[in-house]
Design a protein around this ligand. Structure first.
Ligand code: HAM
Length: 433
C-alpha cells in the first residue's frame, strides 16, 4: 500500500516547532490588546462571490489560486452554492462587519484574527498552499475617523512595535500610495499606453500582464526588464491632491513617531481593493518570498460587497514567514533551549504507580508541568528519560510514599535533596529561575 503524506504545499507542525508558533501568537495578542483590538473569528470557507467581488476577478488569487467547489444541496430548501476556502481574511471580516451591522455602533471597529488561509500557489520556501496569517483591520464610518491618516500611521507604528517585541530585527517598511478609486484606473491606462511601445522587448510574463493586469508588470523581477520598468510613469504622478495630502500626513505622523520607512513607487499590491496607503514589511533573511506582511487601505471594499460606506485599513502577517525569520536568528535558538518541564516522577516499582498518579495530580493542579514515568522502568531508564525532558526527577518508593519525604534531584546542579511533600511545589518552582 502506498503511504499517505500531507498534501503538496501543506505540512504538519510538530511540538518542537509549535512552541515558537504559540509564542508568536501570544505576543501578537498582547500587543493587539494594548492597542484596543478585539479578536474576530470568521469561517474558513465563504461564498465564492465574496472573493470575486472583494479581492477582484482579475487578480492572480481569484483567477487561478482559489480552492473552489460546488457544494451540493442536501435538502430541497438548500441551493447548490459555489464555496471557496478563504485565500485571505479581509473580505470575510468586512462581510461580518456588514452582516452584524457593526457600523451602526458609530465606533471604529478594531478587529484582529489568527488563522489558516489557502492559495493554490507554486510551493517553495516561505510559500505554502495552507499558510497562517495574523492580521488586523480598522474599519468604521467616516464620522468615527476611519479615513484619517492617523489610523494608517498608528497601524504601522503598532506593526513596528510588534516586530520589535517578537525579536525580529532588520525589517524594512516599504510604503506607497495607490490613490483613490478613480486614480488607480487612470494610472492603469497610463501604464498600458507607456508599455505599448516597449513591452515587445520584455519577458513573456510582462507581455501577458501588459494585456490583462498592467499593474503586475511592476512586480517583475527579471533583471533585463528593470530599465524598462524604472522608466515607466509612477503612480505618484497620477494621484489627486486629496490622496497626496493624505499620504503626506501618514508620513508626517510616522516621522514624528520615529518609525523608519522607504517610499517604494512599485508597491501596488496584488489585491484590487486597495486605495491610498499600501505597505509591506520585508526581511532580507527570507529569500525570494521576502514579504513578512502586507496591507493597506481599502476605502471602497464595503460598498463592493454590498455594504455601507466603511473605509478601513489593515494588514496580514505571514506567520510561517515570521517563524522562518525567527528560526534563523541566533537569539531565538538561545531562548528556545529552555523548554524543559518542571519534574519527572519516577515510581520505584509498579506498586507505586497509583501513588505516582496521585502526586502528579497534586503538583499539576498547583500549576507545575510534570511527566509521569512508570514503575516497570529500571532506575537507569527513568533517569535517562527524565534528563531528556525535565529539570528534576522525583523518586517515589514505598518509603517516600509512607514518610511523605521525597527525594528530588536537580539535573543542572546534580544536587539531590529530601523535600517534604507539602513543600514540593514551592521547591520546584524556586528552581525555575
Ligand atoms: P497578502 O499580501 O496577499 O495580503 O498576504 C499577506 C501576507 O501573507 C504576505 O505578506 C505573506 O507574508 C503571507 N502570505 C501570502 N501568501 C502566502 C503563502 N502562499 N504562503 C505563506 N505566506 C503567505 C493579504 O492577504 C491582505 N488580506 C492583507 C490585508 C489586510 N490588507 C488589508 N488588510
Amino acid at each position: 500500500m502506498t503511504t499517505l503524506k500531507a498534501v503538496r504545499g501543506t505540512r504538519d507542525l510538530l511540538p518542537a516547532e509549535t512552541g515558537l508558533w504559540n509564542r508568536i501568537e501570544a505576543t501578537a495578542r498582547q500587543v493587539f490588546a494594548r492597542y484596543n483590538f478585539g479578536e474576530i473569528r470568521t469561517p474558513v470557507f465563504e461564498d465564492t462571490t465574496l472573493f470575486a467581488r472583494g479581492v477582484g476577478e482579475e487578480t492572480d488569487i481569484v483567477s487561478k489560486e482559489m480552492y473552489t467547489w460546488e457544494d451540493r444541496a442536501r435538502a430541497q430548501s438548500e441551493k447548490t452554492q459555489s464555496l471557496t476556502l478563504r485565500p485571505e481574511n479581509t473580505a470575510g471580516v468586512v462581510r461580518a462587519y456588514i452582516e452584524h451591522k457593526l457600523g451602526e455602533t458609530g465606533q471604529l471597529q478594531k478587529l484582529y484574527y489568527i488563522g489558516p488561509q489557502f492559495r493554490r500557489e507554486r510551493p517553495q520556501r516561505g510559500r505554502y498552499r495552507q499558510f497562517s496569517q495574523i492580521g488586523a483591520e480598522v474599519i468604521g464610518p467616516v464620522s468615527a475617523g476611519s479615513e484619517s491618516p492617523l489610523r494608517d500611521a498608528e497601524v504601522l507604528e503598532m506593526l513596528a512595535t510588534l516586530l520589535d517585541e517578537l525579536g525580529i530585527s532588520g525589517w524594512v517598511l516599504k510604503l506607497n500610495s495607490v490613490g483613490s478609486a478613480t486614480d488607480r484606473p487612470k494610472y492603469i491606462e497610463t501604464l498600458r499606453a507607456a508599455l505599448l511601445p516597449v513591452v515587445g522587448q520584455m519577458c513573456p510574463d510582462c507581455q501577458r500582464r501588459a494585456e490583462t493586469n498592467p499593474l503586475r508588470v511592476l512586480d517583475c523581477k527579471v533583471a533585463e526588464d528593470q530599465p524598462f520598468i524604472d522608466a515607466l510613469p509612477k503612480i505618484a504622478d497620477s494621484l489627486d491632491q486629496a490622496s497626496r495630502d493624505h499620504f503626506a500626513q501618514v508620513c508626517a505622523a510616522l516621522d514624528a513617531a520615529g518609525v523608519p520607512y522607504e517610499r517604494d513607487h512599485r508597491l501596488v499590491r496584488g489585491l484590487d481593493y486597495y486605495t491610498r496607503t499600501t505597505f509591506e514589511f520585508t526581511h532580507g533573511g527570507l529569500g525570494a518570498q521576502n514579504a513578512l506582511l502586507g496591507g493597506g487601505r481599502y476605502d471602497g471594499l464595503s460598498e463592493l460587497i454590498g455594504g455601507p460606506k466603511a473605509p478601513g485599513i489593515g494588514f496580514a502577517m505571514g506567520e510561517d514567514r515570521l517563524v522562518l525569520t525567527l528560526q534563523a536568528l541566533e537569539s531565538t535558538k538561545i531562548t528556545l533551549l529552555d523548554t524543559k518541564i518542571d519534574a519527572y516522577i519516577a515510581p520505584l516499582g509498579e506498586a507505586q504507580n497509583p501513588a505516582a498518579l496521585q502526586l502528579a495530580r497534586e503538583l499539576r493542579r498547583q500549576g507545575l508541568s510534570i511527566e509521569l514515568g512508570d514503575g516497570s522502568f529500571r532506575l537507569k531508564k527513568s533517569f535517562e528519560a527524565a534528563d531528556k525532558v525535565a529539570r528534576a526527577i522525583i523518586l517515589l518508593g514505598e518509603d517516600e510514599a509512607q514518610s511523605g519525604i521525597l527525594t528530588v534531584k536537580q539535573f543542572s546542579s546534580g544536587m539531590q535533596t529530601k523535600v517534604a511533600r507539602a513543600d514540593l511545589a514551592a521547591h520546584l518552582t524556586a528552581s525555575r529561575i
